[in-house]
Design a protein around this ligand. Structure first.
Ligand code: GLU
Length: 499
C-alpha cells in the first residue's frame, strides 16, 4: 500500500510551503487508495516549540487536510513525535556503530572550527576531514566512557552516488563531496538525517515527496538505507515556491504563514486550490478546483518542475472568485461571522474599546483595524509619528521587527518588554519607539492600547504590518540590511531569524 507523509519541524509559523507539500502528499495517497500520515520532526530541541506544533496541525486541518496517523490521532507506528522516539534512534545508531558503518568522533569544536577555516582558506571541500575514522573499535569504546563524542556516518571517499528522483531522473553525486554527517549528537539525540530515515522505514513510507532543498541530503539517506539493509522509498522532490521576482519564497517579501492567510480573511478552499496550482495543472487547465477534484485528477505525470510562483495578488483574485461565485449571501454572512464577528474574537476586542466609546457608532472607526488585513499608513503619517530622523525611524521598525520575529510567546507583556528593551538599547524614550508602531499597526496616531491590540491581532498580522511600514518608508536594501544587522548585533539583540 502507498504511504506518504508530511514531516514538519515545529520551529516557527506554519509555512505555506508545508501546506503545499502536505497537499501533494495527501493527493497522491488519496488518489492511489493509500495513507497519508503526519510526523513531527522535533529533534532540534532548542528551536522546536509545542505552540508551533499546535499551529501547524491546526493550519493543515483548516486547509481541509487530514491524516490517518499522527501525534494527535495516534496509529500503529507511533509515537509520531521524534522527541518521544529517542530509544529507537539510539538502538539504530548502535547497529551502525556495531557494523562499522558509523564511527564515534571525539573532535572538539575548536578543532572542527580550525579545520573548517583551513578548508575555507584552501577553497577546498567543506566537511569533516576523517580525523577520528582510524580510531580502533576498542579505543573508541573505551574513550566513549569518559569523553564527549558524536556519531558520524561513514561515507565512501570514492565513486558516485546515483540518486533516482521520480521527477528528475538520475542525479549523480561524487561521494567525495558528501560530508560525514553527524547522526547522533553528543547529548545522545539524533540529527534529522538518522531520525528521518529510521522513521520513514519503520512507518512504512513508500513515497517520500518533499521540497527540492532536500535533494542534497538524498545520498546520505540512501547510504543509510543501504547500511541498514532496507529498501529505500521512492524519492520525489517538488520545486520550491518562489516570490514573483523568482527568488525563494521569503517572509520578507510575502506573508508565508498559513495562519496569516486565515487571519487576513482568506478562504481555506481558495488557499488550498492555489497551492494545488503551484506544481500541478488540471487536465483541462481549469484554475478553480476543489480538493476532491484535485485528488480525482491527481497524477504525478502532471507535476511540473518550473519554479512555481506564489503570488499573493493571484491568490487574492482567486479568493475573490470563491467569495463571489461559490457562496450565496447567507453562506457569505456566516463565513464573515466565523472569521471575525464571532463571540470569541469580539470578547477580546470589547475590553479594549469599551472605555473609549460613547456610542456603538464610535466603534467602526476605532476598531476597524482589527477587521482588516492591511491598514496602509502613508509615508507622511509614519514620519509624523516621530521627531527622530528617517534613519532612526527605519531602525526602530527594523530592529523591533527582528525582535518581534524572535518572540516565542505573543502576550501583551512580552510585546511590551520588547519595546522597553529596544528603547533602552537604542537610547530612546519608550514613546519614541511606541508611537510609530501605533501608526503601523492601527493606521492612526492614537488608538486602543498598542500591546494589547497587537496581542489580539496576533503575531502574523502584527508583523506583516511592521514589514509593510518598512516598505512604505522605502524598504531596506540588501546592503542596508547587512549594515543594520551589524549594528543590531552590537546592541546585543538576538540574531535576526532566517526568513
Ligand atoms: N523535517 C523536515 C522539514 O521540516 C522534513 C523533510 C523531509 O520531508 O524529509 O522540512
Amino acid at each position: 500500500m502507498i504511504r506518504t507523509r508530511i514531516a514538519p519541524s515545529p520551529t516557527g509559523d506554519p509555512h505555506v510551503g508545508t501546506g503545499y507539500i502536505a497537499l501533494f502528499n495527501y493527493c497522491l495517497a488519496e488518489k492511489l487508495g493509500g495513507e497519508f500520515i503526519l510526523r513531527i520532526e522535533d529533534t532540534d530541541q532548542v528551536r522546536s516549540t509545542k505552540e508551533s506544533e499546535e499551529k501547524i496541525l491546526s493550519s493543515l486541518k483548516w486547509m481541509g487536510l487530514n491524516w490517518a496517523e499522527g501525534p494527535d490521532v495516534g496509529g500503529p507506528h507511533g509515537p509520531y513525535r521524534q522527541s518521544e522516539r529517542s530509544e529507537i534512534y539510539k538502538k539504530h545508531c548502535d547497529i551502525l556503530l556495531e557494523k562499522e558503518h558509523a564511527f564515534r568522533c571525539f573532535c572538539t569544536s575548536e578543532r572542527l572550527a580550525e579545520v573548517r577555516a583551513q578548508q575555507r582558506e584552501a577553497k577546498s571541500f567543506l566537511g569533516y576531514d576523517g580525523h577520528c575514522l582510524s580510531i580502533s573499535k576498542e579505543d573508541s569504546q573505551a574513550r566513549a566512557q569518559k569523553e564527549d563524542f558524536v556519531v558520524r556516518l561513514k561515507v565512501p571517499r570514492e565513486g558516485v552516488c546515483v540518486v533516482d528522483d521520480h521527477f528528475r531522473g538520475t542525479i549523480e553525486f561524487e561521494w567525495a563531496t558528501v560530508d560525514m554527517q553527524v547522526l547522533m549528537k553528543s547529548d545522545g539525540l539524533p540529527t534529522y538525517h538518522l531520525a528521518n530515515v529510521v522513521d520513514d522505514h519503520l512507518m512504512k513510507i513508500t513515497h517520500v515527496m518533499r521540497g527540492e532543498e532536500w535533494i542534497n541530503s538524498a545520498p546520505k539517506h540512501l547510504l543509510l538505507y543501504q547500511y541498514f539493509g532496507w529498501e529505500a522509498p521512492k524519492l520525489l522532490h517538488l520545486p520550491l515556491l518562489r516570490n514573483p521576482d523568482k527568488s525563494k519564497l521569503s517572509k520578507r517579501k510575502n506573508p508565508t504563514s498559513i495562519s496569516y492567510y486565515e487571519r487576513a480573511g482568506f478562504l481555506p478552499e481558495a488557499l488550498m486550490n492555489y497551492l494545488g496550482m503551484m506544481a500541478f495543472s488540471m487536465p483541462d487547465d481549469q484554475e478553480k478546483f476543489t480538493l476532491a477534484e484535485m485528488v480525482a485528477s491527481f497524477d504525478l505525470e502532471r507535476v511540473s518542475l518550473g519554479g512555481p510562483v506564489f503570488d499573493v495578488d493571484k491568490l487574492t483574485w482567486l479568493n475573490g472568485r470563491y467569495i463571489r461565485e461559490d457562496l450565496d449571501v447567507k453562506a457569505f454572512a456566516k463565513r464573515i461571522q466565523d472569521w471575525a464577528l464571532n463571540e470569541e474574537y469580539l470578547l477580546k476586542i470589547a475590553p479594549l474599546v469599551q472605555q473609549r466609546v460613547d456610542t456603538f457608532g464610535d466603534l467602526g472607526f476605532l476598531s476597524a483595524f482589527f477587521f482588516a488585513d492591511e491598514v496602509k499608513p502613508t509615508e507622511e503619517a509614519l514620519k509624523a509619528s516621530t521627531k527622530k530622523d528617517d534613519e532612526t525611524l527605519l531602525r526602530i521598525f527594523q530592529f523591533g521587527l527582528w525582535r518581534l520575529e524572535a518572540l516565542k510567546s505573543w502576550k501583551s507583556e512580552d510585546i511590551q518588554e520588547v519595546f522597553k528593551n529596544l528603547a533602552t538599547d537604542m537610547d530612546l524614550k519608550i514613546r519614541d519607539v511606541v508611537k510609530p508602531y501605533f501608526v503601523a499597526i492601527s493606521g492612526a496616531a492614537s488608538s486602543t492600547p498598542l500591546f494589547d491590540s497587537m496581542e489580539v491581532l496576533g503575531a502574523d498580522l502584527s508583523r506583516i504590518r511592521v514589514r509593510k511600514a518598512i516598505d512604505v518608508l522605502g524598504g531596506v536594501s540588501k546592503k542596508a540590511a547587512k549594515r543594520l544587522e551589524k549594528e543590531y548585533r552590537v546592541l546585543h539583540i538576538p540574531k535576526p531569524q532566517a526568513s
